[in-house]
Design a protein around this ligand. Sequence first.
Ligand code: WAQ
Ligand code: MG
Ligand code: MG
Ligand code: MG
Length: 252
Amino acid sequence: MSKEPLYSLRMRAAQGGAHEEGGLHISGGERLGFRDEIEALVSGLLRKALQHSRGDADFINLTIEKVEPASCRVLSPLPVSTYEVADAEEGRRQAAVLLRELSVSEQAIRNALCLLGSVNNLRGAVLLDSRSGERLDTRGERGIRVSRMDWDRERYLYWQNQHPLFGSPRIAEAIALATKVAYAPGTVAELCWSDDPEYVTGYVGSRRSGYCRITRLKEQGDFSGGRVFFVEPGTFISEYIVHLERTPVWIG
Ligand code: WAQ
Ligand code: MG
Ligand code: MG
Ligand code: MG
């Protein structure tokens, strides 16, 4: 990897005031890039914030930080598979099957499905103990926002050529995030579906199973959604969070 300095860009947008003042979460985004890419990355993030199906943002926060490229971890993207299901009920059953195969407990699976099905204003991810199903973080609706990960640009073009049906920025972002999370020491699995009302496909991710898309995990028009990271019992949580928020990961 190049020795040029990298920059982390983080965006979060809300409606009805800032997140910390009780505003509704509209959109977030995180990118990593070189200095000469910053302007283009900023305008991409602003476009995402300003044209969003969850609503019209009236608060946008953008943070740009230089990161140490030497600390960057290079990871291959998780392999992708797709489970076609008829409706959200079948999709959630499929998610449960996949999570069970990864040794996530029944209690933890139930808690995660119940949480994601009811929360409609979660900005980051919730950490659940993969055995007891208990929540491990104390972040409330803020959750843990994974950042400092992005695709190597050439690797992405190559990947897109091999996966012509998966060309959307949404899928690229989800795979980068799922790869960083799957390889974080302590992660057992991830369950995700979007909080965007029109996007019903979600996934179960892990090192062992890869990125398993499930075509429907909720009904059209539903604002529920979020992410749950199932964590191995005994993981040192503050260290786990620092890794997710701070360690730069390059998908290459
Ligand atoms: N770190 C932690 N949690 C996040 C992050 C992040 N960087 N970004 C989003 N989340 C959480 C947060 O709770 C959001 O409300 C929720 O995930 C959904 O985010 O077809 O579009 O960006 O293969 O709406 C997955 C399937 C799409 C894509 C996921 O999520 C496919 C998606 P969204
Ligand atoms: Mg988002
Ligand atoms: Mg996103
Ligand atoms: Mg969203």
